[in-house]
Design a protein around this ligand. Structure first.
Ligand SMILES: [Zn+2]
Length: 418
């Protein structure tokens, strides 16, 4: 391992060049129109490293059926499955996504190329999530040069549309049965902690109905916006009740430091409100939308029942309110047993290469990895590149430290063949 580590350190320049090539292909979504280009690049590299490579394009009809709100996206939804079977007893699945969020105008460097400055690499996607694959390609090529076999058969899934969801390329590969393995490492995460759990996500919608009328005689109509006020108050009461709950899963280090909140917690949000067409017309409809993130100890059915209960309490007090509601599960929660040998292994290797105790934590957000875990039942965790409070993932001047890129390269090497 020592010789491999030294060899890897001598190839950091090459990893940065690979990362630069990946960043220069603008895979921002929307519209996500360059997926084919980036997958062709990855496919060529993995082919040269003796992987059996399969390009998997999600059919347009399936994409639109599963993501009804995303009909404006352009280009093919391309994903890659690369398998190397060396006859080992166990198979390791490694995944991340190659789409990125768009870049705003506030960057101090060009977003779609790598700029190296003060020990950091800047560029859209360097942390989320193109740095991991760049490191992985260097590790695999170094192993080939040094004639080192991996400990596991390798199944590499590079996917797209994670940043849009809900039905991403990873979900598609899971349903195709392309994620066959014994252990699952997602490189989509930061290196602050190892994510072993995530909240589930329900999108809800309430339509409150009224009767439109000339506003001068508004007492002859029914104002749907005004009728929404008690509904929102009811939701705020539910929010207070929901957000008192705590999971047993530890929260991420960054959240605990910033807020003192020590474990995962559920949340309820009102995030969209639409109603009315003109000042002088009584609105006949008001639509409220939001989400409910639920902890692994909760489940979708109970979340819906509780939501229904809150609304019927509102209607009991205000029988004249006419509404219709729905709750859709977007992602299930994820929870991998913290004592699972695979988790122990990842934690040991990560702590060793990082030179600090890397702890296990849950994510407040929801992951497409959770969908894959629900389908495959694999023990899974996420450990990636970047520091939550410094890397600006999804913001301007996204960056990673070169030393973190080197640490991550050693992490993958040790995990795959240590
Ligand atoms: Zn990501």
């Amino acid at each position: 391992m020592k010789a491999l580590f030294e060899y890897l350190d001598s190839r950091t320049g090459e990893t940065i060049r690979t990362l630069d090539e990946l960043v220069r292909i603008p895979t921002q979504v929307p519209p996500g129109e360059n997926y084919e280009k980036i997958m062709d690049l990855a496919a060529e590299r993995l082919n040269d490293l003796d992987f059996e490579v399969d390009k998997l394009i999600m059919p347009r009809e399936l994409f639109e059926k599963k993501n009804p709100r995303l009909t404006h996206l352009q280009g093919e939804r391309v994903n890659l499955s690369a398998v190397k079977d060396i006859g080992a007893a166990k198979t390791l699945l490694i995944n991340t996504h190659l789409d990125v969020v768009p870049a705003s105008t506030g960057w101090s460097v060009p977003p779609f190329e790598c700029t190296v400055k003060d020990g950091r690499i800047y560029g859209r996607g360097v942390a989320d999530s193109k740095g991991g694959p760049a490191a992985l390609l260097t590790v695999l090529s170094a192993m080939k040069d040094m004639d080192i076999e991996p400990k596991y058969n390798l199944n590499i899934a590079l996917t797209t549309d994670e940043e849009m969801g809900p039905y991403s390329g990873l979900c598609y590969l899971a349903d195709l049965g392309k994620l066959k393995a014994d252990y699952f490492l997602s490189m989509d995460g930061d290196s602050d902690d190892i994510t072993i759990a995530s909240n589930g996500n329900v999108d809800w919608q309430i339509d409150v109905f009224g009767k439109s009328y000339h506003s001068g005689s508004s007492f002859l109509g029914v104002n749907a916006i005004e009728k929404s006020i008690p509904v929102m108050s009811g939701l705020m009461e539910l929010k207070a009740q929901v957000e008192k709950r705590r999971s047993s899963v530890p929260a991420s280090m960054a959240i605990t430091r910033k807020t003192g909140i020590k474990t995962l917690m559920p949340v309820l949000n009102i995030t969209i409100i639409n109603g009315g067409v003109k000042q002088n017309i009584v609105p006949d409809r008001c639509t409220l939308k939001g989400d409910r993130r639920f902890i692994p100890e909760e489940n979708y059915d109970d979340v819906c029942k509780e939501f229904a209960g809150a609304l019927s309490a509102v209607r009991k007090k205000h029988p004249d309110i006419n509404l219709k509601w729905s709750c859709d599960e977007i992602y299930a929660p994820m929870l991998t047993d913290m004592e699972h040998p695979w988790i122990t292994e990842v934690k040991k290797v990560a702590s060793e290469v990082a030179g600090r105790e890397v702890s296990l934590a849950g994510a407040q957000g929801s992951l497409d990895v959770a969908y894959a875990v629900k389908v495959t039942g694999l023990p899974a965790c996420c450990f990636g590149l970047g520091r939550r409070t410094q890397s600006n993932a999804h913001a301007e001047d996204e960056n990673i430290y070169i030393e973190d890129l080197e640490m991550y390269t050693r992490f993958l090497a040790e995990l795959i063949c240590g």
